[in-house]
Design a protein around this ligand. Structure first.
Ligand code: AMP
Length: 121
């Protein structure tokens, strides 16, 4: 599958549509989910063009992989939900069809601010 430059997160990265930004650095952009499922629902996306976690794992540089993982922690800390400053959270990424992925640009959901509940429905 080829990366689709017209996906909504690609448009956000290009600044073509707005987002409620939480954090940005060389490797990641983080913003609030438009349709929050929990009290805190943030998204963290890599700046590179990766469809999902498998694509990222196979094709991203070590620097990009480290940048994304560290970015998740930086955002969680900023939101007050990382374990050093808060009570924890769930980081989740949906992968392709059976994973229920809707937007074909890798993104991690960060859910927190309350008990998140069961792992899957
Ligand atoms: P997924 O099903 O894992 O692909 O999740 C896609 C997520 O993107 C959903 O939770 C949507 O609510 C969210 N979303 C879609 N469009 C936007 C947008 N323009 N800004 C922020 N979040 C969005």
């Amino acid at each position: 599958m080829k990366y689709d430059d017209a996906n909504i997160f690609a448009k956000i990265l290009r600044g073509e549509i707005p987002c409620k930004k939480i954090y940005e650095d060389k490797f990641v952009l983080s913003f609030y989910d438009i349709n929050p499922q929990k009290k805190i629902h943030a998204l963290v996306i890599p700046k590179g063009k990766y469809i999902d976690l498998d694509d990222f794992t196979l094709n991203a540089s070590s620097e990009e992989i480290t940048g994304l993982i560290k970015g998740i922690n930086i955002v969680a800390k900023k939101l007050g939900i990382s374990t050093d400053v808060g009570k924890g959270y769930r980081a989740l990424t949906n992968i392709s069809e059976d994973g229920g992925q809707e937007v074909p640009h890798l993104h991690f959901h960060l859910f927190g601010g309350e008990k998140i509940g069961k792992m899957v429905q």
